[in-house]
Design a protein around this ligand. Structure first.
Ligand SMILES: [Zn+2]
Length: 275
Protein backbone atom coordinates (compact mmCIF):
# COMPACT_ATOMS: atom_id res chain seq x y z
CA UNK A 1 0.00 0.00 0.00
CA UNK A 2 2.86 2.36 0.89
CA UNK A 3 4.33 1.80 -2.58
CA UNK A 4 1.05 3.10 -4.02
CA UNK A 5 1.01 6.08 -1.65
CA UNK A 6 -1.83 4.63 0.40
CA UNK A 7 -2.29 4.20 4.15
CA UNK A 8 -3.98 1.57 6.25
CA UNK A 9 -6.30 4.27 7.63
CA UNK A 10 -7.81 4.77 4.15
CA UNK A 11 -9.26 1.26 3.93
CA UNK A 12 -13.04 1.52 4.05
CA UNK A 13 -13.92 -2.14 3.48
CA UNK A 14 -12.32 -5.53 3.96
CA UNK A 15 -13.92 -8.40 2.03
CA UNK A 16 -12.88 -11.80 3.37
CA UNK A 17 -13.03 -14.45 0.64
CA UNK A 18 -13.51 -17.27 3.15
CA UNK A 19 -13.12 -18.08 6.80
CA UNK A 20 -9.57 -19.44 6.89
CA UNK A 21 -7.03 -17.65 9.08
CA UNK A 22 -4.52 -17.12 6.25
CA UNK A 23 -7.23 -15.01 4.58
CA UNK A 24 -8.57 -12.95 7.49
CA UNK A 25 -5.92 -12.87 10.22
CA UNK A 26 -5.16 -9.15 9.76
CA UNK A 27 -8.77 -7.99 9.42
CA UNK A 28 -9.18 -6.96 13.09
CA UNK A 29 -5.97 -4.89 12.96
CA UNK A 30 -7.11 -3.13 9.79
CA UNK A 31 -10.48 -2.34 11.35
CA UNK A 32 -8.77 -1.01 14.44
CA UNK A 33 -6.64 1.36 12.34
CA UNK A 34 -9.31 2.47 9.88
CA UNK A 35 -12.78 1.58 11.13
CA UNK A 36 -13.32 -0.42 7.92
CA UNK A 37 -16.40 -2.59 7.59
CA UNK A 38 -15.62 -6.30 7.37
CA UNK A 39 -17.61 -8.46 4.96
CA UNK A 40 -17.72 -12.24 4.61
CA UNK A 41 -19.93 -14.85 2.93
CA UNK A 42 -22.81 -15.66 5.28
CA UNK A 43 -22.02 -19.38 5.41
CA UNK A 44 -18.44 -18.72 6.55
CA UNK A 45 -19.27 -16.20 9.29
CA UNK A 46 -19.44 -18.88 12.00
CA UNK A 47 -15.77 -19.70 11.36
CA UNK A 48 -14.88 -16.26 12.74
CA UNK A 49 -17.04 -16.68 15.79
CA UNK A 50 -15.11 -19.15 17.97
CA UNK A 51 -14.49 -22.89 18.07
CA UNK A 52 -17.93 -24.33 17.25
CA UNK A 53 -17.11 -25.11 13.59
CA UNK A 54 -13.78 -26.71 14.61
CA UNK A 55 -15.54 -28.90 17.17
CA UNK A 56 -18.19 -29.97 14.67
CA UNK A 57 -15.44 -30.71 12.11
CA UNK A 58 -13.65 -32.89 14.68
CA UNK A 59 -16.81 -34.96 15.12
CA UNK A 60 -17.04 -35.40 11.34
CA UNK A 61 -13.41 -36.61 11.24
CA UNK A 62 -14.15 -39.26 13.89
CA UNK A 63 -17.13 -40.40 11.79
CA UNK A 64 -14.74 -40.80 8.86
CA UNK A 65 -12.60 -43.17 10.92
CA UNK A 66 -9.85 -40.85 12.19
CA UNK A 67 -8.59 -42.26 15.51
CA UNK A 68 -9.20 -39.99 18.51
CA UNK A 69 -5.46 -39.79 19.34
CA UNK A 70 -4.74 -38.42 15.83
CA UNK A 71 -7.45 -35.80 16.26
CA UNK A 72 -6.04 -34.79 19.66
CA UNK A 73 -2.51 -34.63 18.18
CA UNK A 74 -3.75 -32.38 15.36
CA UNK A 75 -5.43 -30.03 17.86
CA UNK A 76 -2.28 -29.85 19.99
CA UNK A 77 -0.07 -29.04 17.01
CA UNK A 78 -2.44 -26.27 15.99
CA UNK A 79 -2.48 -24.77 19.49
CA UNK A 80 1.34 -24.85 19.39
CA UNK A 81 1.22 -22.34 16.50
CA UNK A 82 -0.38 -19.71 18.75
CA UNK A 83 -3.73 -18.02 18.28
CA UNK A 84 -4.17 -17.94 14.52
CA UNK A 85 -7.92 -17.49 14.52
CA UNK A 86 -9.03 -14.11 15.86
CA UNK A 87 -12.72 -13.94 16.72
CA UNK A 88 -14.38 -11.20 14.67
CA UNK A 89 -17.85 -9.84 15.31
CA UNK A 90 -19.97 -7.11 13.71
CA UNK A 91 -19.65 -8.55 10.21
CA UNK A 92 -21.54 -7.59 7.09
CA UNK A 93 -22.79 -10.86 5.61
CA UNK A 94 -22.77 -11.37 1.85
CA UNK A 95 -24.94 -13.93 0.10
CA UNK A 96 -23.70 -13.47 -3.45
CA UNK A 97 -25.24 -11.19 -6.07
CA UNK A 98 -24.39 -7.95 -4.22
CA UNK A 99 -22.47 -5.17 -5.95
CA UNK A 100 -19.77 -3.51 -3.89
CA UNK A 101 -19.05 0.02 -5.01
CA UNK A 102 -15.69 1.66 -4.57
CA UNK A 103 -14.15 4.84 -5.97
CA UNK A 104 -14.65 4.51 -9.72
CA UNK A 105 -15.37 0.79 -9.95
CA UNK A 106 -17.80 -1.86 -8.85
CA UNK A 107 -17.25 -5.51 -7.94
CA UNK A 108 -19.85 -8.27 -8.14
CA UNK A 109 -20.00 -10.73 -5.26
CA UNK A 110 -20.09 -14.36 -6.40
CA UNK A 111 -20.91 -17.12 -3.93
CA UNK A 112 -18.70 -20.01 -5.04
CA UNK A 113 -18.87 -22.80 -2.45
CA UNK A 114 -16.49 -25.74 -2.55
CA UNK A 115 -13.25 -25.07 -0.70
CA UNK A 116 -15.54 -23.73 2.07
CA UNK A 117 -19.31 -23.37 2.33
CA UNK A 118 -19.38 -19.59 2.24
CA UNK A 119 -16.52 -18.86 -0.14
CA UNK A 120 -17.02 -15.67 -2.16
CA UNK A 121 -15.06 -14.19 -5.04
CA UNK A 122 -15.20 -10.66 -6.45
CA UNK A 123 -15.70 -10.08 -10.16
CA UNK A 124 -14.90 -6.92 -12.10
CA UNK A 125 -17.01 -7.55 -15.17
CA UNK A 126 -15.72 -4.72 -17.43
CA UNK A 127 -12.16 -6.11 -17.35
CA UNK A 128 -13.01 -9.78 -16.79
CA UNK A 129 -10.86 -9.77 -13.65
CA UNK A 130 -11.72 -12.13 -10.83
CA UNK A 131 -10.39 -11.93 -7.28
CA UNK A 132 -10.79 -15.62 -6.68
CA UNK A 133 -9.65 -16.31 -3.10
CA UNK A 134 -8.99 -20.06 -2.95
CA UNK A 135 -11.42 -20.99 -5.74
CA UNK A 136 -8.79 -21.21 -8.49
CA UNK A 137 -5.08 -21.59 -7.72
CA UNK A 138 -2.18 -22.19 -10.05
CA UNK A 139 -0.40 -25.55 -9.53
CA UNK A 140 -2.60 -26.48 -6.54
CA UNK A 141 -6.11 -27.91 -6.50
CA UNK A 142 -8.09 -26.14 -3.74
CA UNK A 143 -9.00 -28.80 -1.18
CA UNK A 144 -12.77 -29.42 -0.96
CA UNK A 145 -12.71 -29.42 2.83
CA UNK A 146 -14.64 -31.62 5.18
CA UNK A 147 -16.96 -29.17 6.92
CA UNK A 148 -20.22 -29.20 8.82
CA UNK A 149 -23.24 -28.05 6.85
CA UNK A 150 -23.68 -24.39 7.93
CA UNK A 151 -27.46 -24.82 8.04
CA UNK A 152 -27.25 -28.08 10.07
CA UNK A 153 -23.89 -28.59 11.83
CA UNK A 154 -24.66 -32.27 12.55
CA UNK A 155 -24.60 -32.90 8.80
CA UNK A 156 -21.70 -32.74 6.39
CA UNK A 157 -21.39 -30.59 3.27
CA UNK A 158 -20.75 -32.24 -0.09
CA UNK A 159 -17.79 -29.99 -0.82
CA UNK A 160 -16.62 -31.37 -4.14
CA UNK A 161 -20.12 -31.54 -5.62
CA UNK A 162 -20.49 -27.85 -4.68
CA UNK A 163 -17.06 -27.04 -6.10
CA UNK A 164 -17.80 -28.69 -9.44
CA UNK A 165 -20.94 -26.54 -9.70
CA UNK A 166 -18.84 -23.48 -8.86
CA UNK A 167 -16.45 -24.43 -11.68
CA UNK A 168 -19.45 -24.48 -14.02
CA UNK A 169 -20.34 -20.96 -12.88
CA UNK A 170 -16.75 -19.81 -13.43
CA UNK A 171 -16.66 -21.41 -16.88
CA UNK A 172 -19.76 -19.42 -17.84
CA UNK A 173 -18.15 -16.06 -16.97
CA UNK A 174 -16.12 -13.91 -19.38
CA UNK A 175 -12.91 -14.29 -17.34
CA UNK A 176 -9.71 -12.78 -18.67
CA UNK A 177 -7.44 -12.75 -15.64
CA UNK A 178 -7.77 -14.35 -12.23
CA UNK A 179 -6.03 -13.05 -9.12
CA UNK A 180 -5.98 -15.93 -6.62
CA UNK A 181 -5.51 -15.83 -2.86
CA UNK A 182 -2.14 -17.56 -3.19
CA UNK A 183 0.50 -17.48 -5.91
CA UNK A 184 0.72 -15.76 -9.28
CA UNK A 185 -2.12 -14.45 -11.45
CA UNK A 186 -3.81 -16.92 -13.79
CA UNK A 187 -3.82 -15.90 -17.45
CA UNK A 188 -5.63 -18.95 -18.82
CA UNK A 189 -8.55 -19.47 -16.44
CA UNK A 190 -10.48 -21.60 -18.92
CA UNK A 191 -7.54 -24.01 -19.25
CA UNK A 192 -7.21 -24.20 -15.46
CA UNK A 193 -10.93 -24.90 -15.00
CA UNK A 194 -10.66 -27.82 -17.46
CA UNK A 195 -7.57 -29.07 -15.64
CA UNK A 196 -9.44 -28.98 -12.31
CA UNK A 197 -12.33 -30.96 -13.74
CA UNK A 198 -9.92 -33.55 -15.14
CA UNK A 199 -7.98 -33.78 -11.88
CA UNK A 200 -11.11 -34.50 -9.86
CA UNK A 201 -12.36 -37.11 -12.33
CA UNK A 202 -9.01 -38.90 -12.21
CA UNK A 203 -8.78 -38.84 -8.41
CA UNK A 204 -12.31 -40.22 -8.14
CA UNK A 205 -11.32 -43.00 -10.57
CA UNK A 206 -8.23 -43.80 -8.47
CA UNK A 207 -10.39 -44.12 -5.36
CA UNK A 208 -12.97 -46.24 -7.18
CA UNK A 209 -10.16 -48.71 -7.87
CA UNK A 210 -9.35 -48.92 -4.15
CA UNK A 211 -12.87 -49.82 -2.97
CA UNK A 212 -13.67 -53.32 -1.76
CA UNK A 213 -16.87 -55.29 -1.14
CA UNK A 214 -16.66 -55.01 2.66
CA UNK A 215 -15.78 -51.30 2.74
CA UNK A 216 -13.00 -49.05 3.98
CA UNK A 217 -13.20 -45.82 5.94
CA UNK A 218 -12.04 -42.51 4.47
CA UNK A 219 -9.23 -42.59 7.06
CA UNK A 220 -8.03 -45.98 5.76
CA UNK A 221 -8.30 -44.84 2.15
CA UNK A 222 -6.46 -41.59 2.91
CA UNK A 223 -3.53 -43.49 4.41
CA UNK A 224 -3.48 -45.83 1.43
CA UNK A 225 -3.52 -42.90 -1.01
CA UNK A 226 -1.03 -40.63 0.78
CA UNK A 227 2.11 -41.84 2.57
CA UNK A 228 3.34 -40.60 5.98
CA UNK A 229 0.48 -38.30 6.93
CA UNK A 230 1.10 -36.09 9.93
CA UNK A 231 -0.89 -33.46 11.85
CA UNK A 232 -3.03 -31.11 9.72
CA UNK A 233 -2.24 -33.14 6.57
CA UNK A 234 -4.46 -35.86 8.01
CA UNK A 235 -7.40 -33.47 7.81
CA UNK A 236 -6.59 -32.44 4.24
CA UNK A 237 -6.17 -36.06 3.14
CA UNK A 238 -9.41 -37.27 4.71
CA UNK A 239 -11.22 -34.26 3.18
CA UNK A 240 -9.79 -35.09 -0.22
CA UNK A 241 -10.96 -38.71 0.03
CA UNK A 242 -14.45 -37.98 1.38
CA UNK A 243 -15.03 -35.33 -1.28
CA UNK A 244 -14.18 -37.70 -4.13
CA UNK A 245 -16.12 -40.59 -2.62
CA UNK A 246 -19.16 -38.26 -2.60
CA UNK A 247 -18.72 -37.99 -6.35
CA UNK A 248 -18.57 -41.81 -6.67
CA UNK A 249 -21.66 -42.20 -4.46
CA UNK A 250 -23.52 -39.72 -6.64
CA UNK A 251 -22.48 -41.71 -9.72
CA UNK A 252 -23.59 -45.01 -8.12
CA UNK A 253 -19.99 -46.29 -7.99
CA UNK A 254 -19.68 -46.37 -4.17
CA UNK A 255 -22.00 -46.99 -1.27
CA UNK A 256 -21.65 -45.73 2.33
CA UNK A 257 -22.35 -48.14 5.18
CA UNK A 258 -22.20 -47.25 8.86
CA UNK A 259 -20.65 -49.48 11.49
CA UNK A 260 -20.28 -48.35 15.12
CA UNK A 261 -20.41 -44.66 14.31
CA UNK A 262 -17.88 -44.85 11.47
CA UNK A 263 -18.78 -44.58 7.79
CA UNK A 264 -17.26 -47.17 5.46
CA UNK A 265 -17.42 -46.99 1.69
CA UNK A 266 -17.79 -50.12 -0.41
CA UNK A 267 -18.51 -51.18 -3.92
CA UNK A 268 -22.26 -51.18 -4.49
CA UNK A 269 -23.73 -54.69 -4.50
CA UNK A 270 -23.72 -55.96 -8.08
CA UNK A 271 -27.04 -55.94 -9.79
CA UNK A 272 -26.95 -58.94 -12.17
CA UNK A 273 -30.20 -57.96 -13.91
CA UNK A 274 -28.53 -54.71 -15.01
CA UNK A 275 -25.47 -56.29 -16.55
ZN1 LIG B 1 -8.57 -21.61 2.36
Amino acid sequence: MAQHGLHLEQIARVVISHGHPDHYGLAPLIREASGAEICIGEHDAAKLGGDSVLMATGRLLLEQGMPMEELVDMGERERGLGDLRPTIGDLRLLRGGERLESDGFELEVLHLPGHTAGHISLFHRPSGSLFAGDTLLLHISPNPLLEPDPTDPTERRHSLLEYIQSLDVLASLPLSRVFPGHGPAIDDPRGLIDEMRRHHRERADDLAGMLTDDGRSAWQLANQLFANLEGFDNFLAVSEVVAHIDLLVEQGRAEPVEREGVTYYRLPPSRPEDS
